[in-house]
Design a protein around this ligand. Structure first.
Ligand SMILES: Nc1nc2c(ncn2[C@@H]2O[C@H](COP(=O)(O)OP(=O)(O)OP(=O)(O)O)[C@@H](O)[C@H]2O)c(=O)[nH]1
Ligand SMILES: [Mg+2]
Length: 304
C-alpha cells in the first residue's frame, strides 16, 4: 500500500470491508503515511448525477497530474448493486488509468458499519499516494450524511425538480455542506432550485455559507468552477485552522466509536457467557442497571 500498488490497495480495502483482524496491523503501519490527501464526500439523492460529476472531476484532476481515488458507497446496503453498475459505465474512461483507483465498497463485517469502514479506506488511499479521494454516497439520509461529512470537504449534489429540499434540511445537510452543486443545469427549473437552496441557506445563516455551483455533468459544464469552489474553500479552511480542527475531531469521534463498538461486542459476549445475569434479570432478581454494572465489571471497563 505504501508503495502505491493498486492491487495491494484493493486487497487492503477488502480487509476493511470484511472487518478482518489483519486490519489493525495494516492501520498501524499506514497511519504515519496519511494526512496528505484531500478527501471529498459527494452525496445526494439517487440519480442526481454524482457519479457523472465524479468522473468529470477525475478527468479534470488527471489533467493536472493528480492521482485520484474514488470510493462508491451505499451505507444502507451491505451490497452495492445498481450504483456500482452505473459507476462502472461512467468511470470506464478512467478504468485503465493507473493514476485512478475506482472501487465500490460495502461492509460485510466491519464493526461499526460504513461510518467506521469508510475513513479507514480513505486512509489506505491516502497512504498509497492518491492526492484526492472522492467518496460517493447514495442518498440523503442520516448515514449517508455521516459518511460524507467525514471527508475534508463535503459536496452536496441536488438536481432540478428534485423534491427533497425538505429531506436535505432534515438530514442536517445544510450544516455539513462545504459546497452545493445544482447539477443537470440544462433543465428548465435549475434556476428555481438554486433559488430554493439559496433561501434555505439564508435561513440557516452560517458565517461562511457554502457556495452553490451549477453544473451540467453530462456535458462537462461547470466542472472547473466546481473544483475551484471546492479547492478555494479547502484552502481557506486549511489557513484558518478549521481543516486541522475538523480532522482532529473526526479522528477522536472515530476512536470513540471504535472503542464503544469493541466494548459493546465484549458486553454481548460476556452476557452470553454469563447466563446467570440474564436469568436473574428476567426473573426480576436484579434490574437492568445492576446487570449492566455487573457486565461492566466483567469486561474491565470500571464500575459502569
Ligand atoms: N440532463 C442531464 N442529465 C444528467 C446530468 N448529469 C447526469 N445526468 C444523468 O443522470 C443519470 C444519473 O447519473 P449518475 O451520475 O449515475 O447519478 P448518481 O447520482 O451517481 O446516481 P446513483 O449513484 O444511482 O445515486 C444518468 O442518466 C446521467 O446521464 C446533467 O447534467 N444533465
Ligand atoms: Mg452513482
Amino acid at each position: 500500500v505504501l508503495g502505491g500498488d493498486s492491487r495491494a490497495v484493493a486487497r487492503a480495502i477488502s480487509l476493511v470491508e470484511d472487518g478482518s483482524e489483519a486490519l489493525e496491523e495494516i492501520s498501524a503501519n499506514i497511519m504515519a503515511g496519511t494526512g496528505k490527501a484531500l478527501s471529498i464526500g459527494l452525496t445526494g439523492a439517487p440519480g442526481v448525477g454524482k457519479s457523472t460529476l465524479a468522473a468529470r472531476l477525475v478527468a479534470h484532476l488527471r489533467s493536472d497530474g493528480d492521482r485520484v481515488g474514488v470510493l462508491a458507497i451505499d451505507p444502507t446496503s451491505p451490497f452495492t448493486g445498481g450504483a456500482l453498475l452505473g459507476d462502472r459505465v461512467r468511470m470506464q474512461e478512467h478504468a485503465t488509468d493507473p493514476g485512478v483507483f475506482i472501487r465500490s465498497m460495502a461492509t460485510r463485517g466491519h464493526l461499526g458499519g460504513m461510518a467506521l469502514a469508510a475513513p479507514e479506506a480513505v486512509r489506505i488511499l491516502d497512504a498509497a499516494g492518491y492526492d484526492v479521494v472522492i467518496v460517493e454516497t447514495v442518498g440523503v439520509g442520516q448515514s449517508e450524511v455521516e459518511v460524507a461529512s467525514q471527508a475534508d470537504s463535503t459536496v452536496v449534489v441536488v438536481a432540478p425538480g428534485w423534491g427533497d429540499a425538505i429531506q436535505v434540511a432534515k438530514a442536517g445537510i445544510l450544516e455539513v455542506a462545504d459546497v452545493f452543486v445544482v447539477n443537470k443545469s440544462d433543465k428548465d427549473d435549475a434556476d428555481r432550485t438554486v433559488k430554493d437552496l439559496r433561501s434555505m441557506l439564508e435561513m440557516d445563516s452560517q458565517d461562511d455559507p457554502p457556495p452553490i455551483v451549477q453544473t451540467t455533468a453530462v456535458e462537462g459544464g461547470g466542472i472547473v468552477e466546481l473544483w475551484n469552489a471546492i479547492f478555494e474553500r479547502h484552502v481557506r479552511q486549511r489557513e484558518s485552522g478549521e481543516l486541522a480542527e475538523r480532522r482532529r475531531s473526526r479522528l477522536i469521534r472515530e476512536v470513540e466509536s471504535l472503542a464503544a463498538e469493541k466494548y459493546r461486542m465484549r458486553a454481548v459476549a460476556a452476557l452470553d457467557a454469563e447466563g446467570q445475569i440474564a436469568e436473574d434479570l428476567v426473573a426480576g432478581r436484579i434490574d437492568p442497571y445492576r446487570a449492566a454494572g455487573l457486565l461492566s465489571h466483567m469486561i474491565g471497563s470500571g464500575t459502569g
